[in-house]
Design a protein around this ligand. Structure first.
Ligand code: UP5
Ligand code: MG
Length: 198
C-alpha cells in the first residue's frame, strides 16, 4: 500500500489496557477501519480448514506471539478486503495489538505500509489484571484466566515493550495514560490524533 493513500496507526499497550475499547470509539466517531491482530488470529483459529488453528490456539493460551508470517498476512488480507469493499484506494486503519515484537514491526513497515503514528496505552499490571479477570467471567476468551494473564504480561514486558521503546525513540509513539475512565482516555486519544495528524 502507498502511504500517500493509506494511513496506518499502530495501537499498543498491555493486555487489558483498553486498546479495543478506544479503537471502537475511534471507529464510531472518526471512521477508521479497526483491525485487531488478536481478533483476526481468533477468527483464523475458528475458520474451518485453516492449517494454523491448533498453532494459534496454543500460542494464545500461553500468551506467546504467533509466528509473524501468519499475522502479517492476515492483516494485509484484511486491509485489502476493507479497501475493496469501500471501493477506494484510500483508507485509515487502526492496527490494534500489533506489532508486539520487533521482527513484526520491521516486516510490516517494509512489506505492507509504514505507520504514521503509534498510540501507546500505559496502564499498571494490577489494573489490567483486574479488568481482564472481570471480563473473563463472560468473555469466553481462552486467555482471560489468571495463569494465561501472567504469561501475557511476561511476553508484553520482555518482547513488546522494546517495540514501544523503539517507536518512542524514533518519535512516532505517544504515551496515553489508560487508567482513567474510557471516555477520559478517549478525550486524550482525540487530542493526540488532532495534534499529530491534523
Ligand atoms: N476497559 C477498557 N478500558 C477501560 C477503562 N478505561 N476503565 C475501565 N475498564 C476498561 O479492555 C479490556 C477490559 O477492560 C474490557 O472488559 C473493557 O471493558 C475494560 P479492552 O479494550 O478489550 O483491552 P485490550 O487492550 O484490547 O485487551 P486485550 O485483552 O484484547 O489485549 P491483548 O493485547 O492481550 O489481546 P489481543 O487480542 O491483542 O492478543 C491476544 C493474543 O493473540 C496475544 O496474547 C498473542 O498470543 C496473540 N497475538 C499474536 O500472537 N500476535 C499479534 O500480533 C497479536 C496477538
Ligand atoms: Mg483487544
Amino acid at each position: 500500500f502507498s502511504s500517500d493513500d493509506v494511513t496506518v496507526i499502530f495501537v499498543l499497550g498491555g493486555p487489558g489496557a483498553g486498546k479495543g475499547t478506544q479503537c471502537s470509539k475511534l471507529v464510531a466517531e472518526h471512521g477508521f477501519t479497526h483491525l485487531s491482530a488478536g481478533d483476526l488470529l481468533r477468527a483464523e483459529q475458528e475458520r474451518p480448514g485453516s492449517q494454523f488453528g491448533d498453532l494459534i490456539r496454543d500460542y494464545i493460551k500461553n500468551g506467546l506471539i504467533v509466528p509473524m508470517e501468519v499475522t502479517v498476512q492476515l492483516l494485509e488480507n484484511a486491509m485489502t478486503e476493507a479497501l475493496r469493499k469501500s471501493g477506494s484506494s484510500k483508507g485509515r486503519f487502526l492496527i490494534d495489538g500489533f506489532p508486539r515484537k520487533m521482527d513484526q514491526a520491521h516486516k510490516f513497515e517494509e512489506t505492507v505500509c509504514p505507520a504514521k503514528l503509534v498510540l501507546f496505552y500505559d496502564c499498571p499490571e494490577e489494573t489490567m489484571e483486574a479488568r481482564l479477570l472481570e471480563r473473563g467471567k463472560t468473555s469466553g476468551r481462552a486467555d482471560d484466566n489468571a495463569e494465561s494473564i501472567r504469561k501475557r504480561f511476561r511476553t508484553f514486558v520482555e518482547t513488546s515493550m522494546p517495540v514501544v521503546k523503539y517507536y518512542e525513540e524514533v518519535g512516532k509513539a505517544v504515551k496515553i495514560d489508560a487508567t482513567a475512565k474510557p471516555d477520559q482516555v478517549f478525550q486524550k486519544t482525540q487530542k493526540t490524533l488532532a495534534d499529530r495528524l491534523g
